[in-house]
Design a protein around this ligand. Sequence first.
Ligand SMILES: [Zn+2]
Length: 178
Amino acid sequence: MPGAPPAAEPRRPRPAPRTPPVPQAGGADLRQKGEETMTEPERPRPGADRDSAAWWELVRGHRLAVQRCTGCALLRFPAREYCPACRSRSWEWQDSAGTGRVASWTVTHQPFHPAFAAEVPYTVLRVALDDGPGLHCWGRLAGAGPEVLAAGLPVEAVFTDAGPGLTLVDWRPAAPRR
Ligand SMILES: [Zn+2]
């Protein structure tokens, strides 16, 4: 019906916000209040799914790859079962150049998880991979502060071994390319 207001979203109960304990402004370390144990909070880990598990396995071996459709040669990332262009389920890994350009970024000042409280502010990048259009990878900014960032800044992948069985892909500024 033209001009009709959009249907209201079905109401769902909102989960209570999960706010991790953070030191209050000007407050002392939480541990001095006796309400914190001496163990470090466990860091959340990326969860591999059916399509990304093999990609994470490659990353553990310090290899960055994208999928290449063997039906139409389209490159795709993140990993998916079907080619979005030709619907083929046949594909192979293709090594990424490991380079890209900053598409956007977020500087996190608020420690949303206590495991990251000592690391704020930190910066997460959305990187447009040089391998082809439409390929975006996310990762931490490494080796520089956010003051160096600009849209289009060339970056290169670095592998960070982050614990047992886990390697992360971070990005650091690269030398300018032509
Ligand atoms: Zn295809």
